[in-house]
Ligand binder design. Structure first.
Ligand code: HAM
Length: 425
């Protein structure tokens, strides 16, 4: 045991399981990359005020879970708890919003929330996110949701659900909020909940306690109080989603943990994940850019939880990225043959093949064991006798069959066997 361990609540990924983590990140971002989203690399920390204004002071994420510190210049800095506020800051700062719209961006990486750790709830969490900024078109909402759906589906996930609602806009939400606040004021709520109802009545709808839920049965719902524009927008989004074969459940009580959402809002959840079932979520945030000092441009996006999506895959018995690490494994028997094998290795890698060899002073048995572990379909073995005769042995790891191949033809032979002969040459 070493004296040190990773900080509490921080998942680490290392071989062989890390291949699955990478495969999930790849799968979740691939649909966006094919749909014209450009990559952004965001700072890990920002001015604390950005998150206070952008994400919302009354949210748990900002008020209780941020890692905030003073830097050496006396500035208040916070580790990023989410990506949307940072993307908006970047777009405004670098004037990307002055170019063609929508601005479509994607990102992936770690976010930090000082939550109480448990399975699927981490202090360093990973997300793949996209943001589409500057066009208030319901077809764009449907694209964003469909891209998330496509990512999950491409991993083979079958049991996740999409919850969808509309949270209204700056014209229909305030009167609804009033209505809800009046309703809540009439309930017999404890002190803390009353205070929450005053700060943000919508958040009370999300209270998980059964005794509170029992009181909320007759609460007014935003979905029943949308203005005409919001209703039309939401109907159009649903139409486009249906066109794309995406299915969803209406979730009029859906409350997200961040304050910036307007209109279309959604969450993906997985029933096999227990309490931390949210595998991704997002929505429109039409006032966000303005609230951090930019133009009044609309936006919509999502953040998909990479860690939780991997847990969901495993819960469904899927192991993404579990294929072989390499295609070919090379084994040199006798020290004198090492150089020859290393030259073949360089040649095969240059042809685009995935190749490994046994390093260190290993005997034949240990080398063959390493070859087996690598998952390579074929192994090339060369010993003193082979060198003298100008050949090498090629073993098929599945059938166990072995053939002798002239050394000069070896690279072409291996490429052919792997079905890459044409493009490799
Ligand atoms: P969020 O719902 O706070 O949204 O986070 C998105 C996803 O990140 C969650 O659905 C979950 O899978 C994952 N996640 C969040 N917290 C944790 C945690 N403590 N441990 C493990 N996974 C976690 C956002 O962050 C928004 N920025 C998404 C967005 C983009 N909305 C519009 N654009």
């Amino acid at each position: 045991m070493t004296r040190f361990s990773a900080p509490k609540g921080v998942p680490e990924y290392f071989p062989p399981e890390s291949a699955a983590f990478l495969a999930v990140r790849e799968a979740l971002s691939e649909p966006a990359r094919r749909a014209g989203y450009g990559y952004v690399e965001l700072p890990m920390f920002e001015d604390t005020a950005l998150f206070v204004h952008g994400v919302g002071e009354s949210t748990d994420v900002v008020s209780k879970e941020m890692y905030t510190f003073e830097d050496r210049g006396g500035r208040s800095i916070s580790l990023r708890p989410e990506g949307t506020a940072g993307v908006m800051r970047l777009v405004v700062q670098h004037r990307l919003d002055k170019g063609p719209l929508p601005v479509k961006l994607w990102y992936a990486g770690a976010f930090f929330r000082a939550e109480r750790p448990q399975l699927g709830r981490y202090r360093q969490l990973q997300q793949v996110g996209i943001e589409a900024i500057g066009v208030d078109d319901p077809a764009l909402d449907a694209e964003v949701i469909a891209l998330a759906d496509e990512g999950y589906r491409s991993l083979g996930l079958a049991q996740y659900e999409l919850q969808l609602t509309s949270l209204g806009c700056s014209s229909c939400r305030p009167p609804y909020r009033e209505l809800l606040a009046r309703f809540l004021a009439g309930l017999d709520l404890d002190e803390a909940t009353r205070a929450r109802a005053q700060a943000n009545p919508l958040r009370v709808l999300d209270d998980k306690r059964p005794e509170v839920q029992a009181l909320l049965g007759g609460a007014p719902l935003m979905a029943d109080h949308l203005c005409e524009d919001c209703r039309g927008h939401y109907d159009a989004v649903r139409g486009y989603l249906a066109d794309q074969g995406v299915s969803w459940t209406e979730a009029p009580r859906l409350v997200r943990g961040l304050d910036y959402y307007t209109r279309t809002t959604f969450e993906f959840s997985h029933p096999l994940l227990g309490a931390q079932s949210g595998i991704g979520g997002g929505g429109r945030y039409d006032g966000l850019m303005e609230s951090i000092g930019g133009a009044a441009l609309s936006g919509i996006g999502f953040g998909l939880g990479t860690d939780r999506t991997l847990l969901a895959c495993r819960a469904e018995g899927l192991e993404p990225g579990s294929g072989a690490l390499v295609d070919v494994f090379l084994v040199a028997i006798g020290d004198g043959n090492r150089g020859r094998v290393m030259r073949l290795l360089a040649h095969l890698r240059a042809m685009g093949l995935r190749v490994d060899t046994a390093y260190g002073d290993k005997g034949v048995k240990a080398s063959m064991k390493a070859a087996d572990r690598s998952g390579a379909g074929i192994v090339v073995i060369v010993g003193d006798d082979d060198v003298q005769r100008g050949v090498g042995q090629v073993k098929d790891m599945l059938s166990g069959d072995q053939v002798e191949v002239p050394w000069d033809d070896m690279a072409a032979y291996v490429a052919d066997r792997l079905g890459q002969g044409e493009d490799a040459r």
